[in-house]
Design a protein around this ligand. Structure first.
Ligand SMILES: Nc1ncnc2c1ncn2[C@@H]1O[C@H](COP(=O)(O)OP(=O)(O)OP(=O)(O)O)[C@@H](O)[C@H]1O
Length: 230
């Protein structure tokens, strides 16, 4: 009985959330000149009763710019940009990468599949413009043979911890147990990206997720069990 009324009540809210996530996605897409499909951003997150209540009581489940786009540096609200690159998507490693962050207790606040425009990829990797592999890197990110799965994760020290979890850029130097140390062999196909500083996170989240409109500010029921100090 409860379950049925919950589902019935949830339907219109979920539908409006999806519509809103889609329209903000479309706006950002137009801005970045990218082809993208926003999926599961609002719908998959809003599965728990507590989260549902939060959405139900909220006029706008989509963040309206109340929080800085990369959260607050060094706080529980710090955010990082993590992307599964096309080789990771082709190899079916998206769920494994998401699981690592989820199981660590980090909170998923943004998720979408994107084939980025050349301009977006060039801006993302602007600091590598002079490198001989730059053209190939941009082509591999943008050729559409597979999308990039772009994500924003939130939690304590998530920028630094995200880099540790991902491992060194060159798989030869990546420690066993890190994502690259477990799944990759060569630097040109190292399956995942993570912001390397707060400033990079601000820039990258802004580039890939527009003006924070696509990010969902929600409260995890587990937060006190993951983030409390004695
Ligand atoms: N020597 C190289 N040959 C080919 N591709 C490279 C080389 N060095 C770096 N790359 C590619 O460029 C990406 C960006 O390089 P960068 O030096 O910024 O490392 P990173 O910050 O660990 O990587 P990412 O930005 O993807 O997280 C690497 O992840 C890799 O895909």
């Amino acid at each position: 009985m409860f379950a049925r009324s919950f589902v019935r009540a949830a339907r219109p809210a979920a539908a409006s959330m999806k519509a809103r996530a889609f329209s903000t996605g479309a706006r950002a897409s137009a801005a970045a000149g990218s082809r993208m499909a926003t999926f599961a951003t609002a719908g998959a997150i809003a599965t728990g009763a507590a989260t549902f209540a939060y959405y139900q009581n909220s006029q706008s489940p989509i963040q309206a710019g109340s929080k800085p786009i990369a959260g607050v540096k060094g706080s529980f609200s710090e955010r990082t940009f993590i992307a599964v690159k096309p080789d990771g998507v082709q190899r079916g490693l998206v769920a494994k990468i998401i699981s690592r962050f989820e199981e660590r207790g980090y909170k998923l606040v943004g998720l979408k599949a994107v084939v980025p425009s050349k301009e977006l990829a060039e801006e993302h990797y602007a600091d590598l413009k002079s490198k001989p592999f730059f053209g190939g890197l941009v082509d591999y990110m943008t050729n559409g043979k597979a999308p990039v799965v772009a994500m924003v994760w939130e939690g304590k020290d998530v920028i630094r911890q995200g880099r540790v979890m991902i491992g060194a850029t060159n798989p030869l130097d990546a420690a066993p147990g890190t994502i690259r140390g477990q799944y990759t062999q060569v630097v040109g196909r190292n399956i995942v990206h993570g912001s390397d500083s707060f400033e990079s996170a601000e820039k990258e989240i802004g580039l890939w997720f527009g003006k924070a409109g696509e990010l969902i500010d929600w409260t995890s029921a587990n937060e006190q069990w993951i983030l409390s100090d004695n």
